[in-house]
Write a protein that binds this ligand. Structure first.
Ligand code: DGJ
Length: 557
């Protein structure tokens, strides 16, 4: 049981003043933007808040309009409203200075037919730490576009300490955003991801002569000034490292950020600064042409891994403040969340000034559950399982190969995700309104996390695994939100809720009603009582499948 969630609203109020100002230039009317509404940042499109119920395509799918043609309708049928779609530098600028947006235009057109929004992934200087996506004219000119050195060898990875590369990359992305500004008047594109999972793999830092010189030199004063000015809000791990060395305001990277027990820590911070400077430069160019929201994503690795096992310098929580010190063109820092520790990582990425957006994560049944937690507990702007189109092909291939059990599991997982997405889409107006007021909580329950308490107004909501006549659910998930002082809307499965109030007040169930949304309007189904509300003791969501219910409470002294 946790009471951490009781503290979050207070943290928001205390730190609201620190939120970044939203850009107001280069934003045509109605264009997508991130806006602070009440206690949260929300994506606002055409003046309305919007929750991105998304999925990310496989890396190569969107390189072919023909390949994508049949996909969109299936993605829409699954319940997605947004598709994360790669756009690569090599295809946009095959020859230097000659831009080709035919593919981009085609993707937008295809998506629009299914009323889908897009988040474009700018695969450019780096993807997964490597440099396979730059155009050939960049790859074959290492004198102009220098590379990093690892273990004594120059490798096929572009250096972030390269103004010419940042200039070329930024110019290309700015050409894309300028093109979108004039052609995407329907606001199909909501946001852009700049690069993908940047960082050095295979070593904790670059060892090229330029990197060696910079690493032996002083930490830039602007970085240290930023740390000092934001000391109270820094990521705890970064703050401990910096303060452990005396919170120095000058010195070399090792003097300021060295950890005698782990030399990779200073290396990681050094690389974070180099990548951040590059990516902020590219982002500033893009924003100058059209101020769409921008984010950068991180490969997280696991707790046993060191920088270099995961891309060293990528925007993990412990270097997020280093990235922020390097510029303010990036709106969001986002986790590619494949770790089982969904709670831990969401808590680290959801900061008062950094809304949670999950661009990549596991799909199927796990996604069906986790989306409720991310949206309900962390006001996620969006949620996006990776390889969302893989299932469609794999199902067909499995079926053809007669591989029925794995096909069935995949179909079941996708159906479960689809149910979650469709429920959340139907609830979107109530859900986003509750987020603004901070009157919403989301959860995933299992044997080890079988109950949570949430403060909701002057009540405490006790959420636990559902149980009836000794039959206890193994798992459950959902969210609950307040629609009035004694009224709540909930969705999910396998959980139950009871409410308590202080001061000797007793709280009972006045009514529990299940329902569906028909053309956006709540349409009541059964009135739930008896076994279905445990004889008035609990607002129950059984294990059968996620659904929506409304409860009204009464109070007596
Ligand atoms: C994370 C990357 O960001 C994706 O593009 C893709 O390569 C996946 N890993 C593969 O699982």
């Amino acid at each position: 049981m946790t009471r951490q969630s009781l503290l979050l609203p207070l943290l928001f109020l205390l730190t609201a003043a620190a939120l970044p100002a939203q850009p107001t230039t280069n934003v045509p009317a109605g264009a997508p933007r991130l806006e602070r509404r009440g206690q949260v940042l929300q994506m606002v499109v055409d003046g309305k808040p919007f929750l991105m119920l998304a999925g990310e395509l496989n890396n190569s799918s969107s390189s072919s309009l023909r390949y994508m043609q049949p996909e969109w309708a299936q993605l829409a049928a699954l319940g997605l409203n947004t598709v994360l779609t790669p756009v690569s530098w090599e295809l946009v600028e095959p020859e230097e200075g000659r831009y080709d947006f035919t593919l981009v235009d085609g993707l937008l057109q295809q998506a629009r037919r299914e009323h889908l929004h897009l988040v474009l992934l700018w695969l450019a200087a780096w993807k997964n730490g490597m440099s396979s996506y730059p155009p050939v004219w960049v790859k074959q000119d290492p004198a102009r576009f220098p590379r990093v050195m690892l273990n004594g060898a120059v490798v096929e990875v572009l250096s972030p300490m390269a103004p010419a590369t940042a200039e070329a990359d930024g110019r290309a992305l700015a050409a894309l955003t300028a093109h979108l500004k004039t052609t995407d008047t329907e606001h199909t594109v909501l946001m852009l991801q700049v690069e993908n999972e940047v960082g050095i793999l295979g070593a904790s830092r670059d060892h090229s002569p330029a990197a060696e010189r910079a690493f032996a030199g002083p930490v830039p004063a602007e970085l240290l000034r930023h740390l000092a000015a934001h000391r109270g809000m820094l990521n705890a791990e970064l703050r401990a490292l910096w303060e452990g060395n005396g919170a120095r305001t000058s010195g070399t990277w090792t003097e300021v950020f060295g950890d005698p027990a782990d030399t990779t820590r200073a290396d990681e911070i050094f690389m974070a600064w180099q990548y951040a400077r590059y990516v902020q430069t590219v982002a500033a160019r893009a924003k100058g042409a059209y101020a769409l929201p921008l984010y950068v994503n991180a490969w997280l690795g696991n707790e046993k891994e060191k920088p270099g096992d995961f891309p060293s310098g990528g925007p993990k929580p412990r270097v997020m403040d280093v990235w922020k010190a390097a510029g303010s063109s990036m709106d969001l820092y986002s986790p590619d969340l494949y770790s089982p520790d969904v709670r831990g990582w969401c808590a680290l990425y959801h900061r008062p000034e950094n809304a949670l957006f999950i661009p990549e994560t596991n799909g199927g049944a796990q996604a069906a559950a986790n989306v409720f937690f991310a949206v309900g507990e962390h006001a996620a702007l969006g949620f996006s399982p990776f390889a969302i189109d893989a299932g469609l092909h794999a199902e067909a291939a499995d079926a053809a190969a007669g591989n029925l059990p794995s096909m069935e599991a995949m179909v079941r997982g996708r159906a479960e995700l689809s149910t979650s997405y469709k429920l959340l889409a139907a609830m979107m107006p109530e859900l986003l309104a509750a987020e603004e007021k901070g009157e919403i909580h989301g959860f995933v329950l299992d044997k080890t996390h079988s109950s949570f308490d949430f403060a909701m107004g002057d009540l405490i909501a006790h959420v636990s695994l559902d149980e009836i006549f000794g039959n206890r659910a193994q798992s459950g998930y959902g969210l609950i939100l307040a629609t009035g002082p004694n009224a709540f809307l909930g969705a999910g499965k396998g959980f139950r809720v009871s409410f308590t109030a202080g001061g000797g007040t007793q709280v009972g169930l006045a009514s529990v009603e299940e329902g569906t949304y028909e053309e956006g309007k709540w349409t009541p189904g059964r009135r739930l009582n008896g076994d279905e509300d445990d004889q008035g003791r609990a607002w129950r969501f059984d294990q059968r499948g996620a659904k929506a219910e409304k409860v009204v409470l009464y109070r007596t002294k």
